[in-house]
Ligand binder design. Structure first.
Ligand SMILES: Nc1ncnc2c1ncn2[C@@H]1O[C@H](COP(=O)(O)OP(=O)(O)OP(=O)(O)O)[C@@H](O)[C@H]1O
Length: 449
């Protein structure tokens, strides 16, 4: 693809974009994206990296014109975007193929919608199918081909439109590890060899190595609400050498940013974090007490109770998104610290992982009461009641004011799991009521013990 260097303006500019969705109870709104300013320049590969729920896909959909922003605007190729963005084609995580159409018919579909003649459709589709290595499979149906081949069709269907920008929404995450690695490598080769049919690429991912491998620039989003924390330039020769020290340093640096939600990303000013007004507004990382305990037990056996996070994730065969909530929870509770991509247990963390069950529960209770305002507030509310019992709905309503309902329920169940483990309260799921335990320790005693 020849890049039009004469155009001085970016291919896509996102200006002061906010996006909110109404809360299900109709009272107020839930902010998904806040004050987003972002550009896609000509000739670059940019990765949007953020944890689950940081609004990456929503931002992609807004830039593609599939949904409108609540405020702010998108300028695409110099013009204000209204409706679907014709400069963009999208590759989805789920392939999104029509099962009753052949490979070639699936690839031609978008061209048909644009009113292109049958002969030209055929010729362009065959070229795109060839480019993704599916030559010979034109007449196959999706059910007859493997997951990796389905995603090749997904790429061909986007390539055939010759979009100015190709959007990829976690394109490799539904594939097994080896297939993903192969296809990722091939896509990167097409780009490096100048055969790619678009001027720029935007890839949404939560895989740090993938972002550093493919992108020239990694833009990091923070969560709740989604905002741009900053960006990291990947100044490496192409293809990015995954075994080089610099590659590993960049991956470690981004891990550190991702595991420290408040850390400023150097280079770009980060928006100030929102101050939580209510104890029910602070989002807890979704990790079970048993999971946190398991992580601490794993780490305490390592030299200096320290481990490199990318290596740990790889050894456990986990995705970043699976490991980070547990790491976050351990950090929030003061059991661990994260720096330069390493997680290290604190003295309390080491104590927790090596002591008796009874004492570890005491330590957990002490750390929860010192660091988790929602649980302190729940215990205080139970103490206000003579019978020491309250309906779960009371707390769910308070959470609903700050989170969408499903997330409010997840927050509640995480708080209940931690509170039960700390023996601060009991929960009867049938009655949907919380109770103080029989011999309840006073908050002051618990904090001081
Ligand atoms: N149409 C919608 N109505 C209400 N809430 C929505 C809607 N679309 C997205 N959200 C919410 O917006 C938040 C961000 O979602 P989004 O899918 O953009 O995040 P993401 O960073 O791409 O996450 P993931 O990596 O899990 O795909 C989530 O909490 C989601 O529940």
């Amino acid at each position: 693809m020849v890049i039009n260097q004469n155009e001085s303006y970016p291919l896509i500019a996102v200006e002061q974009v906010n996006k909110s969705f109404p809360l299900p109870d109709g009272k107020g709104e839930f902010t998904v994206l806040e004050s987003i300013n972002f550009t896609v320049q000509r000739g670059e590969v940019v990765a949007l990296l953020g944890r689950s729920g940081s609004g990456k896909s929503t931002l992609l959909r807004i830039m593609a014109g599939l949904i409108p922003p609540s405020s702010g605007q998108i300028i695409s190729n110099g013009k204000r975007l209204r409706g679907a963005n014709q400069d963009v084609a999208m590759v989805f995580q789920s392939f999104a193929l029509l099962p009753w159409l052949t490979v070639q018919e699936n690839v031609e579909l978008g061209l048909e919608a644009r009113g292109i003649s049958r002969a030209e459709r055929q010729q362009r589709a065959l070229k795109a199918i060839d480019l993704v290595g599916l030559d010979g499979f034109e007449s196959a149906y999706p059910k007859e081909i493997s997951g990796g081949m389905k995603q090749r069709v997904g790429f061909a269907r986007a390539f055939v439109l010759q979009p100015k920008v190709l959007f990829m929404d976690e394109p490799f995450s539904a594939l097994d590890v080896l297939t993903a690695e192969n296809l990722r490598g091939e896509i990167d080769d097409l780009w490096n060899e100048g055969k790619f049919p678009s001027e720029s690429i935007v890839i949404v991912t939560h895989n740090i190595e993938e972002a550093v491998f493919l992108a020239d620039r990694v833009v990091i989003l923070g969560s709740k609400p989604g905002r741009i924390r900053g960006e990291v330039k990947i100044e490496l020769p192409r293809p990015h050498p995954t075994n080089s020290d610099r590659f590993k340093q960049l991956v470690d640096y981004i891990y550190t940013i991702m595991t420290n939600p408040e850390k400023e990303v150097t280079g770009v000013a980060a928006a100030p974090p929102k101050v939580a007004r209510s104890p029910f507004a602070q989002a807890l990382p979704h990790a079970r007490a048993g999971g946190i305990s398991g992580l601490l037990e794993l780490l305490v056996e390592k030299p200096d109770a320290k481990e490199d996070l990318p290596k740990l994730a790889e050894r456990l065969q986990l995705e970043v998104d699976d490991l980070l909530p547990i790491v976050d929870a351990a950090v929030l509770l003061g059991f661990a610290k994260v720096a330069q991509g390493d997680i290290t247990l604190t003295e309390i963390g080491k104590d927790f992982a090596t002591t008796t069950i009874l004492r570890s529960k005491d330590l957990f209770r002490q750390q929860v009461l010192a660091n988790v305002p929602i649980i302190v507030s729940m215990v205080q509310s139970l103490r206000e009641k003579q019978n020491g019992s309250m309906r779960a709905d009371f707390f769910l309503d308070l959470l609903d004011e700050h989170f969408p309902h499903q997330e409010a329920e997840r927050q509640f169940s995480t708080a209940v799991d931690w509170g039960r483990y700390a023996e601060l309260f009991e929960y009867d799921a049938t009655e949907e009521r919380l109770y103080l335990p029989e011999a309840s320790v006073s908050l002051e005693e618990a904090t001081l013990s």
